[in-house]
Design a binder for this molecule. Structure first.
Ligand code: PEP
Length: 612
């Protein structure tokens, strides 16, 4: 948590005030504010260059030891966190611990000490320089899309470890949350991930901060802890004093300061209904994804990073429908070799205990970029239209060693449980054929070497994410063993609207009948060729859309683990006849709005057996 020393000395105004922040973790809470302050470290003389390097080195090493011990104590607390919080904070602590070890950061700080700098100044300058390097790598375009999010997170990690070292160098204490009253709403200027890990979710009703964003570690951790939270509620601290009453809605980002009695009463109703909803979603975990008319569907989880695995187990998902293997190439300067990849796939497959794991070989290009791949000259090469350039399977077929390594690692791990292998961005039959040949060759090579791999090889399928692939799905399905519809990219390519560009966001509509017609064609092709068809784009996590996709012929869905219970609830209330009727109407609709209105109307009529 950052110091609140610069807080404006305004007196909180009387009367209800409504603020908007970033919704980070859903849930409604009503309670009294507990404003968390923290003493600021003393100012640092950044200009000094006459310090004794040996003395400053000793101070630095002491501060590092203290930081390592603090992180160790935090690590000991992990067992008290829910499972997904344990994973999030555990991997973050590991990042911090590595930074404090023989790292580039440490070498950089020590080099600055040799120039006579004060240890605090050396730490601040070096962590800031590394953060800036993450955000704007020299000689390369600034990171975009998911890379920009990862870069911001990494920059935040450097700054955070810098703040910890400076605090320990100056002996400035931290603030603990143990003294906060039960049921308080924690209010702070900013909350560090390590602070968030100290929060006891059974005692803190909600968290609101002035700064922060929805994609950082703190946000992820608050979600994992299940604490309603709103970050970046600007103007909050000027409004809130000791024991100011607040209503926080973590789903909308709304914060109401000093709610009127009417607002407070409405909030209490929402708090109670939210608690009921959570209970109901928890119960759904063990129930089958069965339509009210009896047909059973498959709901699986998408996995971006292995740390999400416990969430998959908690969600009740029947396996992993899409493992995006891009994480292997992120935040690293070196390409992951066969052994490293195998070591990562193996525990994932084992953890699924017999449920299938679909591993998509790396989908680089478009808005995604990787340091490790750029280093060996593989990237999108600054194309004017990277989404239409060399990406996905095109890139892998140009750099076959990459594909061979990944196939071999997957095949080596495949003895641990059912696996499927997925090719990204296929638009031509010959791409599938070329990849299949390589797959078979890698299999033969491993067998010759005596490596135990499944016989026959695990199914090899393709993503349907270009209009060409959807239109040719009947041809592709003769050779692909399964089809996975990526509605994110399929929408982008069908409507010619970039999925990450805000100025065409209004055109990007996965419920547009043009996209739905391609989904229907793909589902029909799968049915004719007896190939399983799933949807693994974001549309699969929309409870409103899934009954429509069922009507279009899809029987398997893969989504973020947190969406599984809500989608299951929607499925259990829907009947196949209604799904089919909606599909017919949607295919005849003129735009996505018409489809959405129809789905909303249908959702209104549904009776949910679990809501009791
Ligand atoms: C699942 C998909 O792939 P990506 O990882 O590009 O979102 C998709 O495009 O829907």
């Amino acid at each position: 948590m950052k110091t609140t020393e610069r807080r404006p000395k305004q007196r909180p105004r009387a009367g209800e005030v409504r603020l908007e922040g970033q919704p980070v973790s859903s849930g409604v809470a009503i309670g009294y504010a507990a404003v968390a302050h923290e003493p600021a470290p003393p100012p640092v003389d950044m200009a000094r260059s006459d310090c004794d390097p040996a003395h400053e080195r000793t101070r630095l090493h002491d501060a590092i030891s203290r930081s390592v011990a603090q992180l160790g104590r935090l690590h000991d607390r992990l067992a008290l966190l829910p499972e997904d919080g344990q994973v999030e904070i555990g991997s973050l602590l590991e990042v911090y611990r590595r930074m404090l070890g023989p790292s580039r950061l440490r070498r950089g700080i020590e080099a600055r000490l040799e120039q006579g700098m004060l240890a605090e100044a050396a730490v601040m300058q070096e962590t800031e320089a590394l953060a800036a390097l993450m955000l704007a790598p020299p000689g390369r375009p600034a990171p975009q899309g998911e890379d920009a999010v990862a870069a911001r997170r990494r920059a935040g990690e450097f700054r955070e470890i810098g703040r910890r070292l400076v605090r320990n160098l100056s002996g400035t204490p931290y603030r603990s949350f143990s003294a906060l009253p039960d049921g308080a709403i924690l209010v702070a200027e900013q909350l560090r991930p390590a602070d968030a890990a100290l929060i006891d979710p059974s005692r803190i009703a909600a968290v609101v901060t002035e700064e922060g964003g929805s994609t950082g570690h703190t946000a992820i951790l608050l979600r994992a802890l299940g604490i309603p939270a709103v970050l970046a509620a600007h103007g909050l601290l000027a409004q809130v004093g000791r024991r100011t009453r607040l209503v926080v809605d973590g789903a909308t980002g709304r914060v109401i300061v000093r709610p009127s009695s009417r607002t407070a009463a409405a909030a209490r109703v929402e708090v109670a209904s939210y608690a009921r909803e959570r209970q109901m979603l928890g119960r759904l975990r063990r129930l089958p994804a069965r339509l009210s008319s009896g047909e059973v569907l498959t709901l699986q989880a998408n996995l971006e990073i292995p740390a999400e695995l416990p969430m998959v187990a908690q969600s009740g998902a029947a396996g992993i429908g899409l493992l995006r293997s891009e994480f292997l190439f992120m935040n690293t300067d070196t390409l992951p070799d066969e052994a490293l990849q195998e070591a990562i796939y193996l525990p994932l497959i084992e953890a699924m205990a017999g449920d299938p794991v679909t591993i998509r070989v790396v989908d680089w290009g478009s808005e995604k970029n990787s340091d490790a791949l750029s280093r060996v000259g593989i990237g999108n090469g600054g194309d004017a239209n990277p989404a239409l350039a060399v990406r996905g399977i095109r890139l892998l077929l140009q750099h076959r060693a990459l594909l061979e390594t990944q196939f071999a690692a997957i095949l080596r791990a495949a003895h641990a449980g059912p696996v499927r292998v997925l090719l990204p961005m296929v638009s031509l039959l010959e791409e599938l054929q070329a990849a299949r040949d390589i797959y078979a060759r890698v299999g033969r090579r491993l067998r010759r070497r005596g490596v135990k791999i499944p016989d026959p090889l695990p199914p090899l399928g393709i993503m349907i994410e270009t209009p060409a692939a959807a239109l040719m799905a009947d041809v592709l399905a003769q050779e692909a063993e399964f089809l996975a519809i990526g509605t994110n990219d399929l929408t982008m390519y069908t409507l010619a609207a970039d999925r990450v560009a805000t100025d065409v966001a209004a055109l990007y509509d996965p419920l547009h009948p043009a996209v739905l017609r391609l989904v229907r064609m793909t589902a029909d092709a799968g049915l004719r060729q007896r190939r399983p068809v799933s949807v693994c784009g974001e549309l699969a996590s929309d409870p409103l859309a899934v009954p429509l996709l069922v009507g279009l012929g899809v029987r398997s869905f893969s989504m973020h683990a947190s969406a599984v219970p809500r989608v299951k609830r929607a499925i259990r209330a829907a009947a196949m006849d209604d799904c089919r009727r909606m599909a017919c109407r949607a295919l005849e609709a003129t735009d996505g709005q018409e489809v959405r209105a129809m789905l909303a109307q249908y959702a209104h009529t549904l009776q949910h057996p679990e809501d009791g």
